[in-house]
Design a binder for this molecule. Sequence first.
Ligand SMILES: [Zn+2]
Length: 693
Amino acid sequence: MNDKYFIDKTKEILKSYHLTPDKNPPHLPKEEALKVLETIRELINYHDYRYYVLNQPVISDAEYDALYHFLKSIENVYPELITPDSPTQRVSSDISSHFEEVKHLAPMLSLDNTYNEEDLKDFDRRVKELSKEEYIEYCVEPKYDGAGISLLYENDLFVRGATRGDGEVGEDVTKNLKTIKTIPLKASFSKYDIKLVEIRGEVIIQKEDFKKINEERMQEGLSVYANPRNLAAGSIRLQDPKEVAKRPLQALVYQITYVEGNSSKTHYENIKMLHKLGFKTPFEYMKLCKSMDEVIEYCKYFESIRDTLPYEIDGMVIKVNGLSLYDKLGFTSHAPRWASAFKFKAKQATTIIQDVLFSVGRTGNITPVAKLEPVSLGGVTISSVSLFNEDFIREKDIHIKDTAVIERAGEVIPYVVSVVKEARPHDAKSIVFPTHCPSCGSKLVRTPGEAAWRCINISCPAQVVLRIKHYASKDAMDIKGLGDAVAQLLYDAKLVNNIADLYDLKIFDLVRLPRFAKKSAQNLIDAINTSKTKGLSRVLYGLGMRYVGLTTAKKLSLAFKDIWKISKASEEELMNIEDIGDVVARSIREFFDLEQNIEIIKRLEKAGVVLKEQEHIGKLQGIQFVFTGALSCCSREKAKEIVESFGANVSESISKHTSYLVVGQDPGSTKLRKANSIGIKTITEEEFLKMIE
Ligand SMILES: [Zn+2]
């Protein structure tokens, strides 16, 4: 039997019995149950294998839950039909051979899942029947979606930490768990007369941390992690504790499974004690409920606020509070009878990828976005999802028209967990990555070792605001008053479409805008003009070439002294400079190979931006020249430009602020007379040329 058989059969059963995880499955006559039971078990075994062994589920968690739930409900009605090899009779295992095996003092069992009010009421009825108690107090707490662990404390010391394993035997990951700051290495259990205690908990990663890790990985062009749970589970089983320590792991504990010497009578008291001893626990969210109705109400409330918690929860756990009842209630073959998990609506679903579009990020990254057949996921309709980058698409082998399993975990953006290759139609199309920017049409580049294709056109509309902000930043051209908001404003007003446009801005352009008064407009124009003489290294940095930071920009500037020389340098020539390797050299080359970028640099030059290395910058700071007569070296305009590049300025008329009157050929008499009368020094053109060398 092939994959297609199992997938089709699964869909058929889900459909014909209208199975969803939050609805009770239909009651079947025994004859029909007998007929279908074997098939369901076979399907679940197949899906378990896909999920646990291959790590490639072909149905969503919700569909799996529905199927599993169906099997359980049949077995509940006809317990005589339960076979020892039924999937309901075993607990899953995550054992691998890297770590030493340890036996838990008390087995780490899984909980029976409930999906709706009816299930919970059944649970309540069973508890009351078996315990022969009329009144039961329940303790309700969030169910964390992380990696299960058990912690052993002996004489107040943390002596052993283990993964869940198969529930009986786990892996010894003590060294790794010791790196987690929320696990106390010492806790004063002796105050409570406890000598030995085994605690159960979960290692989790907060949603924000998870998001950050994936964002960083995307920035670095690495593949992204699927969800916080997988990352947490992978992290505690890393070989090197130093690597584990770098991950933002937290441990929450929520059950004492074995204890020698304690006299606590309730679960609530136990958690309160752990809380006081410095463990991270669900204590603040725990609620004691006097009836199942109260339990249901609290579960519903928590489902409505689940997204506001800093970490993932996938349901609530309802435990009988009185510990004395635990023995009375006992266990089934795989789960305690004194607890039940109420599962929230799944945040996984399958849907069809209809098309893939490409968008340009503010930093030039090209992101593929899949258009989906709209699907409801945890109460939100999802119609598109990011595919991150080309590697992600290749790794998951995503095609247009594929059936995709998508997941939305808390505030984490929805993403594609996998595609169901076996369900791929014949006319499915592979995704062709664009060679040119969808926003500006310029050729895209991809640095070796990076996942992202990017547009490096300095005037690409999708990136222009960020480009301007960077160009104006303190370490670049230091244009005060030109931050994100103003850059956006200028762009929206269609005044500035690239950095060269800044130098065409006029004061009356600005005063029309809502944010500007005459004074602030003048200040911005002044700051833009001043930026012209900041020097080559700052311009290079301001252009925002990938991998060209301030230090590299300075080295380039010193080595080549002229932007046009850099623009013509080969990769080999660039690599002759200290600290410039092939990746940086290639990035620089790619930048200057793009005609649009050269156009902008030409415009900067025309606007008077200094594009040459000048050790002399500031040498003539504060000095004012006045010219009279014609210069033989160059035009007045050119002379003015040169003087300004030295930090000095030029005035049309003599005043007490004038430092030198430069006398050329056929000078007029007015300026000379004035200079003489107020004692301003006159110099010849030769003397002037010497000053500016
Ligand atoms: Zn572009």
